[in-house]
Design a protein around this ligand. Structure first.
Ligand code: SAM
Ligand code: SF4
Length: 468
């Protein structure tokens, strides 16, 4: 298959080097403490430093890593958790990834692409639940051209039901060429996500037959570099955990992040770390499945290694696991998730042959929000940065002193207030009012009077979509 690469396309993953780092399990507590201290200063860790943290098995030292991750999350992100939902647009696929129920050779999967009317119905259902941020998910198929993706994005933004509207649309789809990214970017997308699945060359080959589009390792690895070069500077990386050694994937994502940072002056906006789930027609090889304890370690260590990258935890995980690892550094979760095509207008159990995999958290949006609020998190629907042009190199959320105080916290409170007014259950309203009151007591920024004024306008139903 002939693919178009970036001019200076470079394979930045050296399997042997990363395997050697993984194999070095010497545990040096003095060095580990120095590295933890470095990360507490919000300095990104090198790949070697990250590997020293991955080698830790001593219980007390692990607790120190967890404590550091908790406090780094607090320092960098505060109590905010951004809320989104995935919307599967179509599951036709020309690839044959062995872990996925959408792969072309699986004849028993029910195939579907949402029609224009169905897209409106699904988006209306998501707006009725209070969603403002979506990620559109596509199989890889000649029907899903950049023009088709761009038109779908526009049609999602056009759906307005009651006070509902979608204010940010992200994409998870196959990597494109430069022209494709430009077309999709013009439709006003937020983040373009492409997961490498496994960064290990040999394992990649095992799971992605070479005669398929996705079978070209380097074309996929180069995929987000092409996005930056085409002007999409808001990208999300990820690995599918369970295909190869989890430590290898963590070190590779840190390598990828450094690569993008060095070349473009700005790392990925988000990192995803989905664990492989049981799926229709998929026989899982259990050798590399990641245990819950390993999962906790990888979340905490990723937080310390790449402090400024948003971390996405999806409904693949159970409510218990989400609760537990959230505090180690997660900044975004999905809520009320349905991954069956057209699933947001159906009220029934998951049907495995219609969806990509089995999800672990099937709670609805309000249940998830209530739990977050009870635990003093601020669920945020903020979409301000990218709508104000604060992305990529200009996206200096963490470089500008006081940025979070000035923008993120007030915007989280404003969007939460809006949710409570328009969609909140009695419990959400009660818990939300408590959280907002508490946050306002702590809030000392000079724009406090403006914030109070905006909150008041939302409460009195005089305005919506107010942000800093
Ligand atoms: N088709 C595009 C691609 O492969 O990049 C994008 C969409 S694909 C539906 C989204 C992601 O789902 C994949 O990148 C993969 O990491 C993940 N996925 C596939 N099968 C899975 C499974 N059985 N359990 C958990 N995640 C899975
Ligand atoms: Fe297709 Fe993506 Fe599934 Fe692979 S992971 S079979 S490319 S939908």
């Amino acid at each position: 298959m002939k693919h178009e690469f970036t001019k200076n396309c470079k394979d930045f993953i050296n399997d042997a080097k990363i395997d050697a780092l993984v194999a070095n399990t010497a545990e040096d507590s003095v060095r580990v403490r120095e590295i933890i201290e470095k990360s507490m200063n919000k300095d990104p860790l090198t790949v070697e430093e990250t590997s020293a943290l991955l080698a830790v098995t001593d219980k007390d030292l692990l607790e120190e890593i967890y404590d550091a991750a908790r406090s780094l999350k607090k320092n960098v992100y505060g109590n905010r958790i951004v809320i989104f939902a995935p919307l599967y647009i179509g599951n036709f696929c020309i690839n044959d990834c062995k872990y996925c129920a959408f792969r072309k050779s699986l004849r028993t999967t029910v195939r579907k692409t949402l029609g224009p009317h169905e897209i409106v119905q699904q988006v209306e259902a998501l707006e009725d639940a209070g969603h403002k941020r979506l990620i559109l998910v596509f199989g890889e198929h000649p029907d899903y051209t950049p023009e088709y993706i761009a038109n779908t994005v526009r049609s999602v933004y056009d759906v307005k039901k009651g006070k509902g509207e979608i204010r940010r649309v992200n994409i998870n789809a196959a990597p494109l060429n430069a022209d494709g990214y430009k077309i999709v970017k013009e439709s006003g997308i937020g983040t373009y996500q492409v997961f490498m699945e496994t960064y290990h060359h040999g394992m990649y080959k095992k799971y992605h037959p070479v005669n398929t589009h996705k079978g070209d390792y380097l074309y996929r690895q180069d995929g987000l570099t092409r996005a930056y070069e085409a002007g999409c500077d808001d990208v999300g990386i990820g690995a599918l955990f369970g295909l190869y050694d989890w430590r290898f994937e963590v070190l590779s994502m840190v390598t990828h992040s450094h690569f993008l940072m060095d070349r473009f002056g700005c790392g990925p906006h988000t990192v995803s770390f989905p664990r492989i789930r049981p799926a229709h027609g998929v026989e899982l090889d259990e050798k590399y499945l990641v245990t819950d304890d390993e999962f906790k370690r990888l979340v905490a260590i990723l937080r310390l290694a790449i402090p400024y990258t948003g971390m996405i935890l999806t409904a693949r995980e159970t409510p218990e696991m989400r609760r537990e690892v959230m505090e180690f550094g997660v900044s975004q979760i999905d809520a009320g998730t349905r991954i069956e095509l057209a699933g947001y207008t159906k009220n029934r159990e998951q049907e495995l042959n219609k969806e990509q995999f089995h999800i672990g958290d099937t709670r609805n949006m309000d249940e998830i929000l209530c739990e977050l609020l009870r635990n003093d998190y601020i669920p945020s629907f903020c979409t301000s940065c990218y709508r104000s042009g604060r992305t990529g190199e200009q996206f200096m959320e963490f470089a500008i002193p006081g940025f979070i105080e000035k923008f993120c916290t007030p915007n989280a409170l404003l969007t939460l207030q809006e949710y409570l007014e328009d969609y909140g259950s009695p419990e959400a309203i009660k818990e939300g009012a408590r959280v907002i009151k508490h946050e306002l007591q702590e809030y000392t920024h000079s724009n406090k009077a403006k914030l109070l004024e905006k909150l008041n306008k939302i409460e009195k139903n005089q305005a919506r979509d107010l942000y800093f």
